[in-house]
Design a protein around this ligand. Structure first.
Ligand SMILES: Cc1cc2nc3c(=O)[nH]c(=O)nc-3n(C[C@H](O)[C@H](O)[C@H](O)COP(=O)(O)OP(=O)(O)OC[C@H]3O[C@@H](n4cnc5c(N)ncnc54)[C@H](O)[C@@H]3O)c2cc1C
Length: 585
């Protein structure tokens, strides 16, 4: 049954109350950091760094200015008839949204719809973790609220309904006589299955013909589902090869698209998208408790604001206000604070931000300020994102299998105690523990951190990489199946390119990326009192390491210990390298 939120009473947020019908039955309580309500809220708010660092009015202003630059100068042609639905999925934006534009052009009225699918709040495939943690759920809630506001400003609205798209969309199509449902094409199995079900059920819709005669199961007179590409910087139709013959090596892919493909321009927005069809009740943006999740205050780290207005503001902040694009390539491997990297990923994953818009902003910056390695490197990283997206088409479900696309046979352990220590940041290695604590309390972890904790889980602990990937799926604000499972398969050595098989040595990584121990002391304040050189290997002053490192010592990083540890590591490293031609980072 399809329900609007307005018709449903919502439970108050109380951890002791039984949760709603969509409750997770979960032992994991994930933190939610944006609402500061406690008596020490002011102190907590000081420690939390909001991303982007603007107030809501400022974000609204930046978004409006950006929209203005991307609004049609003249009046675009609208020749369509009847009603078209925009089924919003991971494309929660107005700017550069081809789905929205196509629906608008091909109709007299657009009905924008978002379905809060209960499957999104179920559990992960193999290990039963919450599929969407509270932080990403809140980010989604923010995104929907912002999208609704921005659509209303342009003469439309957002119909929010709770249920499965394959039930909601045909029912709406029937009620409003919709000729086409437009949506962004996805590439992974869960999303593809829903596309198939929606398409099948739309074929059963009984549409009134112009003469008023209803026709059932008539393919010509039922609602169509039109899926459109929209999530990558390079359009799938512009690739120099089909996805099934995608190069197995990233560099080959990158060089090929850079030399042979052109990035399409962003789609501009009509100033007015109305009128909407006559909808009695547009529904409400859900609250966290309704989704069966509890909010919890975080006292430090980053708090991301969901939605397109925040996304456009973050681009403005990183490129133009703080001028951080100029130095991105040298800062991008940092771990502490909002500014070492762009932090665009949560908005890219929910589709509040278009990668083509980032591309155009990079080009504008290069024209107006400076063009250097750093400005190029943001695009280099976005091509990685594209690559993982296209790989997911080539690899299909092997992306989610233990052996990965290369079907590598490994005897992974699923030792729950070891995994729990990793998940909870209790391994005895401050670099791992600090990163894992950041993940569960903010929903974010740096790229450097992700590579290190992944390597530790699979190579030092020998744990099934899918447990790590599913925990990331629960927690990450920027969770996206292609990038997440793509990176995990690389990290576990089961990805399509064996050359990406790397071991991240904790002593080396600590030395290179957190030499003063500032990052670990931030997340593990008990280490702050220690001399900086002891923070990564505090010995008896911290939890006992849960496993020994495969290569390298676990002793304090004073010069003597590091020297002998490095020697021992070097011998073991050579063995590893000669065995598999792999690399130690
Ligand atoms: C084990 C593991 C799991 C990951 N899971 C995800 C995930 O679920 N979703 C996700 O978006 N990224 C994932 N990444 C990639 C990367 O860590 C994040 O995209 C990046 O840390 C986001 O921070 P940023 O936006 O500041 O990145 P920046 O350094 O500013 O990069 C700019 C953009 O480039 C893209 N990008 C950068 N590195 C990668 C990469 N290795 N793979 C794909 N895209 C990249 C992202 O869209 C990012 O926003 C994962 C990496 C690892 C090692």
């Amino acid at each position: 049954m399809i329900q609007n939120f307005t018709n449903i009473s919502r439970p108050t947020i109380n951890p002791l109350l039984p949760l709603t019908k969509f409750s997770l039955n979960s032992k994991f309580v994930l933190s939610f950091s944006r609402t500061m309500q406690s008596s020490n809220g002011a102190r907590a708010a000081q420690a939390v760094q909001q991303v982007p660092g603007f107030g809501s009015e400022e974000m609204e202003r930046i978004a409006e200015q950006t929209f203005k630059r991307y609004t049609f100068d003249g009046v675009p042609q609208r020749k369509g008839k009847g009603v078209a639905i925009v089924w919003f999925r991971n494309d929660l934006r107005i700017l550069d949204n081809e789905v929205l534009y196509k629906a608008w052009v091909s109709s007299e009225a657009v009905l924008p719809v978002y379905c809060v699918d209960p499957r999104l709040f179920g559990t992960t495939y193999y290990f039963g973790f919450p599929k969407t943690g509270a932080l990403r759920a809140q980010f989604l809630i923010d995104s929907l609220a912002d999208l609704k506001r921005n659509l209303v400003k342009r003469g439309l609205n957002l119909l929010i309904q709770h249920g499965k798209p394959e039930q909601i969309l045909p029912s709406l199509a029937q009620t409003y006589g919709v000729h086409t449902v437009y949506a962004q094409k996805e590439t992974c199995s869960e999303e593809l299955k829903i596309e198939r079900l929606v398409s099948r059920n739309l074929q059963k819709v009984v549409l009134q013909s112009p003469e008023g005669v209803s026709t059932n199961y008539n393919v010509k007179n039922c609602t169509k589902l039109e899926l459109m590409w929209g999530c990558s910087m390079y359009h799938i139709d512009d690739l120099p090869f089909g996805c099934t013959s995608l190069p197995d090596v990233y560099t080959q892919f990158r060089k090929s698209v850079e030399s042979k493909s052109v990035i399409r321009s962003c789609i501009k927005v009509p100033a007015s998208l109305g009128p909407p069809p006559n909808v009695e009740d547009w529904g409400h943006v859900p609250e966290l408790a309704y989704l069966g999740l509890q909010s919890q205050m975080a006292s430090k780290g980053m708090a991301f604001v969901g939605g397109e207005s925040a996304a456009l503001s973050r681009v403005h902040e990183y490129f133009w206000k703080k001028d951080l694009l100029r130095t991105y390539k040298v800062t991008r491997n940092g771990m502490l604070g909002p500014d070492y990297s762009t932090k665009f990923s949560p908005w890219l994953a929910s589709g509040s931000l278009s990668p083509r818009f980032i591309y155009e902003e990079v080009k504008r910056y290069e024209k107006q300020r400076e063009s250097n390695d750093s400005t190029y490197w943001v695009l280099f990283e976005l091509i990685w994102r594209d690559y993982f997206r296209f790989l997911s088409i080539k690899q299909g479900n092997s992306l989610f299998h233990a052996g990965g696309p290369r079907k590598v046979q490994t005897n992974w352990s699923q030792d729950r105690a070891l995994f729990d220590a990793w998940r909870d940041g209790q391994t005895g290695y401050p670099l791992i523990d600090a990163n894992m604590k950041e993940l569960s309390s903010t929903g974010f972890m740096s790229n450097r951190g992700r590579q290190i904790v992944c390597s530790f889980l699979v190579r030092d602990m020998g744990i099934d990489w899918r447990m790590g990937a599913e925990w990331f799926e629960t927690c990450l604000l920027d969770y996206d199946p292609c990038s997440n499972y793509g990176n995990w398969t690389y990290g576990a050595g089961v990805g399509n390119d064996p050359r990406e098989d790397r071991y991240f040595s904790i002593p080396k990584q600590a030395q290179n990326y957190d030499p003063e121990g500032e990052f670990v002391a931030y997340w593990l304040p008990q280490l702050r009192a220690l001399p900086k050189e002891k923070r990564h290997f505090p010995g008896m002053l911290y939890i006992k390491p849960i496993v020994a490192l495969k290569f390298g010592n676990t002793k304090p990083m004073n010069n003597k210990a590091t020297a002998s540890g490095t020697r021992r590591m070097a011998t073991q490293e050579n063995k590893w390298k000669s065995q598999k031609g792999n690399r130690i980072q």
